[in-house]
Design a protein. Structure first.
Length: 340
């Protein structure tokens, strides 16, 4: 078997005669540009719904259906299913069971670590006199209601964990795999951050996206970061529920610490984050080494073993579309500076 056949196994049709390579035919840049355009166009097209007059739960569901599913998931699935054997491509291999627990711990620990960075950023902005009242987050439904809580978990935890990870850590990360682990993780993380169009917490999203990329790259499975992403968002919901006031309208998607001393709070968050991240990292690295040994002795996964071993047979990335989508996203996120 040639190197090309190992990298791109041939799909045999029903007649066992025609063969088709599973090489992705569409440039990843087109997908990125399309997602950006849809994310902008869909809310404008449905502006007649007068979202401000609807309940927070209805707005949350509509945003999930229009943006997370409509603008992100559907274009990504169309792009991914261009390949016939997607388990051999697009970072969609089986997740080893020994990596499930570390991924859960990563999700919880990263939530507290992100709170540290977010509060530091908020403190810096406020020190320079920035007004952050407009960036306190969108209103959430009353999380104390069981139905609202379940729907919120589906919309904020399940949907983004699946849709955003398929885009950023499956399609994008896979197509940039020949750049090396750190480069692919950085670029996919940068796109992940810009996609949130949140200038205030942009450094936090870049850091999270980079870490997610490393995890997905090392596990060879996007399902690992789906787990991390889910538990990260789930912890945000739980903390929001615990921090909620008696009035449901006082809840928001951002969590600020104002009741205790700032540095004491950061120390507490750092302790909690370390309690989850340290054992998660140790288990993750140890299991990666075990899995690498198992992979090296399995001929069935040789096509998926090392991303950067494919040399010149890299998937075209459509640099023009990538640059265009990056510029548009940076304009959207940078425009918030005018409101600070």
């Amino acid at each position: 078997m040639t190197d090309y056949e190992q990298l791109y196994p041939m799909h045999v049709g029903d007649d066992d005669v025609e063969t088709k390579p599973v090489t992705p035919k569409k440039r990843i840049g087109i997908l990125m540009f399309l997602v950006v355009m849809l994310s902008i166009a869909i809310p404008i097209a449905f502006s007649w719904l007068f979202l401000e007059d609807l309940s927070p739960l209805t707005v949350l569901v509509l945003n999930t259906l229009l943006i997370t599913v409509g603008a992100i998931l559907i274009p990504t699935l169309i792009h991914i299913f261009k390949g016939r054997r997607i388990i051999d491509t697009y970072n969609m291999g089986r997740l080893p069971w020994n990596q499930v627990i570390p991924c859960v711990l990563f999700g919880i620990g990263l939530c507290f670590a992100a709170l540290i960075l977010s509060n530091i950023l908020m403190g810096i902005y406020e020190h320079f006199g920035a007004d952050l009242s407009a960036f306190s987050g969108s209103e959430l439904p009353d999380l104390r209601d069981p139905v609202n809580f379940i729907v919120t978990v589906i919309c904020i935890c399940v949907a983004p964990a699946v849709c955003e990870e398929l885009l950023c850590r499956s399609a994008i990360l896979y197509s940039l795999r020949t750049k090396g682990m750190y480069s692919a993780a950085l670029w996919s993380g940068l796109y992940f951050a810009l996609l949130h169009t949140n200038f205030v917490n942009l450094p936090m999203y870049i850091a999270l996206g980079f870490i997610f990329g490393i995890i997905a790259y090392k596990t060879r499975s996007v399902f690992s970061t789906m787990i991390v992403h889910f538990f990260y968002n789930f912890m945000v919901i739980l903390l929001q529920l615990l921090a909620s006031d008696a009035t449901p309208s006082a809840q928001s998607s951002s969590i600020g610490i104002t009741t205790v001393d700032f540095w004491v709070s950061l120390s507490f968050l750092a302790t909690v984050a370390a309690a989850f991240l340290v054992p998660a990292t140790i288990m993750f690295i140890k299991n990666c080494r075990k899995n690498d040994i198992a992979y090296s002795g399995n001929d069935a996964v040789t096509v998926y073993d090392e991303y950067n071993s494919v040399g010149d047979m890299s998937v075209p990335t459509g640099k023009g579309f990538i640059v265009a989508s990056m510029i548009i996203l940076m304009v959207l996120t940078g425009s918030t500076v005018l409101s600070l």
